[in-house]
Design a protein around this ligand. Structure first.
Ligand SMILES: C[S@@+](CC[C@H](N)C(=O)[O-])C[C@H]1O[C@@H](n2cnc3c(N)ncnc32)[C@H](O)[C@@H]1O
Length: 218
């Protein structure tokens, strides 16, 4: 922004463009233009203005212009993410193990699952969650199972079994638990033990043949 005093003093023709998102600039600009005919203002998107305007200007002045600032901010965030990824990959090469991808104490289940357990599952009821997208590889994240156990435990569910497909299909997983205490969980575990071992799960997974399933007993 330029003060009226400096416009008056220099007698420049000035065009000010701003979307005036908070509707606070225009009233001030109105008083300015009334007193200073060489000043014009446009309330609107700067890009739309540039595309419609055919004038040439001697001076272009951007001050705290959000779209440019946001773009630079995003580029820096992307670059930092890219660097973090490269460092992670480098670390994985040196240690010969992929870096963990799950936060140390990240909660595996979101608000839909937690709300459903809290409100919709009776005591003694069976909880099952199978997933094939954005799965977490246990080989890379051995702590993930503890995250599953501890979050479910906090919701009154004891984890009984956690099945995963082997590499490279580690994203496919099935968690099974009982809403109740450890005793109820053990009783159901015995039921599972007496049954044939699960050989496949998740019909939507495109990898149903030749897959080894791990049952991680809990
Ligand atoms: C952080 S404020 C800066 C205000 C003032 N120019 C300064 O330097 O202190 C960002 C300004 O950019 C304006 N702005 C954001 N997007 C715009 C767009 N697409 N076209 C024109 N102005 C925009 C906002 O309305 C706001 O006035």
């Amino acid at each position: 922004m330029t003060s009226r005093r400096s416009i008056d003093r220099n007698g420049c023709a000035i065009t000010i463009v701003d979307i005036d998102k908070h509707h606070c600039i225009e009233p001030w600009l109105q008083t300015m233009t009334a007193a200073t005919p060489s000043l014009r203002y446009v309330v609107g998107d700067a890009m739309a203005f540039l595309q419609a305007d055919s004038d040439d200007y001697d001076v272009l002045y951007f001050s705290g212009f959000t779209p440019e600032e946001a773009r630079r901010g995003e580029m820096q965030a992307n670059e930092l993410r890219r660097l973090a990824r490269r460092i992670g990959l480098h670390l994985a090469r040196v240690t010969k193990a992929p870096p963990p991808s799950w936060p140390d104490d990240g909660a595996p289940f979101g608000p839909f699952v937690t709300e459903a357990i809290r409100r919709g599952l009776r005591t003694g009821g069976l909880f099952m969650s199978q997933s094939y997208e954005s799965g977490v590889a246990l080989t890379q994240n051995p702590h993930y199972l503890d995250c599953v156990k501890s979050q479910l435990h906090g919701l009154g569910v004891e984890l009984i079994a956690y099945y995963t497909f082997e590499f490279p299909w580690t994203n496919v997983a099935l968690a099974v638990g009982i809403k109740g205490d450890r005793e109820a969980a053990r009783a159901f575990e015995r039921v599972l033990d007496a049954r044939p071992e699960l050989r496949t799960f998740h019909g939507r997974s495109a990898v149903a043949t030749g897959i080894v399933i791990h049952r991680v007993t809990c």
